[in-house]
Design a protein around this ligand. Structure first.
Ligand code: F6P
Length: 357
């Protein structure tokens, strides 16, 4: 049966979104000859009832399809805005655009809002998880995470050599909002000495003890400290409760650096520098793994529509793509790093300080 499906990207962008759009359009067109409408700027586009007809090879340059390797999203995205204030108009847009189904590529916040709209409007919604934070529940992978981890690892490689040349402590602040997956994965892969994540309170004594141990036991004169933007101590409620990280007068990286500099366990005055990787983590060419997940997710989303199995999110579990109810995803997200996580144990066995004491 001929269908008309909408697709949108919502929330913070990340590498791999265009791969997912490409996969949806390819599968919908080649296998089903369905019409695919791109909705720009997520709920903003729905509100304004704007669409773009997406065609195979629509962006080809001499036969080269740039969507596989392009970061960002050709549809544009928003991660702010008062969607719920315009809920009834947005809900009505689904029928006004004569959509048979809507594919939303989003993180936990966007999926929660779109799920609510879909329930109220009786939409046929399918979700694809994306976020560099990797905190969407019930999936081991979200689009964008792997590329962001690789970007941080690349930065750590560079920073390690300059830290070693100058005998410096390099504090590297990474994103992740309330979750530490990004810091934990990249910190282990990038050779960090300390990894501070929101889920496991750190103590500045623990961080400085690690730095002095490196020097006294191993003769190491430099150290790499990876700090998630939401890291906290057991008592640091003022920082920890600030959800709007961008508005922190001094970000977590600088905050930790100041604490290290003034700590009395370190008898020499340490030369400490801070690197805030910021939105660099959201850019770049998608990694092979993100391209693969995005392509498999896009294909699976179209399959769900073909089976008219709605209200589901495609997910990666145990090496394959499955689907899970969006309502369960929303109830369990954002997913924190569990304290007994095998990577936390791995990091500690490698001698990395990961907080607590
Ligand atoms: O959720 C993705 C993310 O990049 C977080 O890691 C970060 O805290 C936030 O978005 C930044 O948002 P913005 O792009 O609005 O500054």
């Amino acid at each position: 049966m001929q269908k008309r499906i909408g697709i949108l990207t919502s929330g913070g962008d990340c590498p791999g979104l265009n791969c997912a759009i490409r996969a949806v359009v390819s599968h919908a067109k080649l296998q089903h000859d369905w019409e695919v409408l791109g909705i720009p700027y997520a709920t903003q586009g729905l509100l304004e009832r704007k669409t773009t007809l997406l065609n195979l090879h629509g962006l080809d340059l001499r036969g080269i399809d740039p969507l596989l390797s392009m970061g960002g999203t050709i549809l544009g995205s928003i991660n702010k805005g008062d969607t719920l204030a315009h809920a009834s108009e947005i809900i009505a847009s689904y029928r006004a655009l004569a959509l048979d189904a809507l594919i939303a590529i989003g993180g936990d916040g966007s999926l929660a809002i779109l799920h609510q709209l879909a329930c109220q409007g009786n939409w046929n919604l399918i979700a694809i998880p994306k976020t560099i934070d990797n905190d969407v529940a019930l999936t081991e992978r979200a689009i964008g995470f792997d590329t962001a981890v690789n970007t941080i690892v690349d930065a750590l490689n560079r920073l390690t050599f300059t830290a070693a040349s100058h005998d410096r402590v390099m504090v590297v602040e990474v994103m992740g909002r309330t979750a530490g997956h990004l810091a934990l994965h990249a910190g282990i892969a990038g050779g960090a000495d300390c990894i501070l994540i929101p889920e496991i309170p750190y103590s500045i004594d623990g961080v400085c003890h690690q730095i002095s141990e490196l020097r006294d036991r191993w003769g190491r004169k430099f150290a790499i400290v990876v700090v998630a933007e939401g890291a906290k101590t057991a008592n640091d409620s003022s920082i920890a409760e600030t959800q709007n990280f961008a508005s922190l007068e001094c970000g977590m990286g600088q905050y930790i650096a100041n604490q290290i500099k003034s700590h009395n366990i370190l008898t020499d005055r340490l030369d400490v520098r801070v690197s805030i990787l910021g939105h660099i983590q959201r850019g770049g060419i998608p990694s092979a793994l993100d391209r693969l997940s995005a392509t498999a997710f896009g294909k699976a989303a179209v399959d769900l529509i073909a089976r008219e199995q709605y209200g589901q999110m495609v997910a990666w579990q145990n090496g394959r793509v499955v689907d899970v109810p969006i309502v369960d995803v929303v109830a369990r997200s954002p997913l924190p790093v569990a304290p007994d996580n095998y990577l936390v144990q791995t990091a500690r066995c490698m001698g990395i300080y990961v907080g607590d004491g």
